[in-house]
Ligand binder design. Structure first.
Ligand code: PGA
Length: 250
């Protein structure tokens, strides 16, 4: 499976900085063995999609509403993201789950809305530090997967991916060990196979949480790690490209 390296810019980026990140990506993309995706803030999706038109670098949103349109001030729908040039969308990021009280059911509805609009979804799961310390990480991740993934998530021509992001490793510089990552990714794979049968083998499972050029090769080499969801390090083209270059060809 080709690895997917996805950059989540979060609430960062203005027109000028976007061009500084995207220009080098565009120039390097043809030589990369992995798939590359950037998820800028919604204000930049259309312009970034234009900057990347005709290149291998894909563009995604960071969230979408579950409804295609309506009276939801400030929200953006999946068809709107698609219209702006996105082909992917992140749903259920832990910052959305925490800041906007998003539940598994809401995340699932967003993933369904994404698919209906022709977007591929990155569905995020991951335990908090307290849950990890209590040894509850697989219980939590299992519950999130069961509640957040649509029933037809596997087996679509353009299926989505799952991202495992332990909350305590996001933006903290603290890494899950390769053993921790391997254990949870193996658990997620088993859950996907149990729920979706053979089609569950084809869903890529990304790792996210303080992925940097210095640790990318080791994390991406862990069995069942099919790519990375990168926050902070995706804001510098050089760092993001170094991570993309570290992706093994499997
Ligand atoms: P980080 O963020 O790489 O800055 O830890 C990852 C994410 O939240 O997707």
């Amino acid at each position: 499976m080709t690895a997917l390296i996805a950059g989540n810019w979060k609430m960062n980026g203005l027109t000028e900085t976007a061009a500084q990140i995207v220009g080098p990506l565009r120039r390097a993309a043809d030589d990369l063995a992995c798939e590359v995706l950037v998820c800028p803030p919604a204000t930049l999706i259309a312009s970034v999609a234009q900057m990347l038109a005709g290149s291998r670098v894909m563009v995604g949103g960071q969230d979408c509403h579950a409804k295609p349109s309506g009276a939801h001030t400030g929200d953006l729908s999946a068809p709107m993201l698609r219209d702006a040039g996105a082909t992917w969308v992140i749903v259920g990021h832990s910052e959305r789950r925490a800041d906007h009280a998003e539940t598994d059911a809401m995340v699932r509805a967003k993933a369904e809305a994404a698919a209906a609009a022709g977007l591929r979804a990155i569905v995020c799961v991951g335990e908090t530090e307290a849950e990890r310390l209590a040894g509850r990480e697989t219980e939590v991740v299992g519950r999130q997967l069961a509640g957040s993934l649509p029933d037809d998530f596997a087996g679509r021509p353009a299926a989505g991916v799952v991202a495992y992001e332990p909350v305590w490793a996001i933006g903290t510089g603290r890494n899950a060990t390769e053993a921790d990552v391997g254990a949870v990714h193996a658990f997620i794979r088993a859950e996907l196979l149990r729920r979706f049968g053979d089609a569950g083998a084809k869903i890529r499972i990304l790792y996210g949480g303080s992925v940097r050029p210095a640790n990318a090769a080791a994390l991406l080499a862990v069995p069942e790690v099919g790519g990375a969801l990168v926050g902070g390090a995706s804001l510098k083209a050089e760092d993001f490209l170094a991570i993309a270059k570290a992706a093994p060809t499997r």
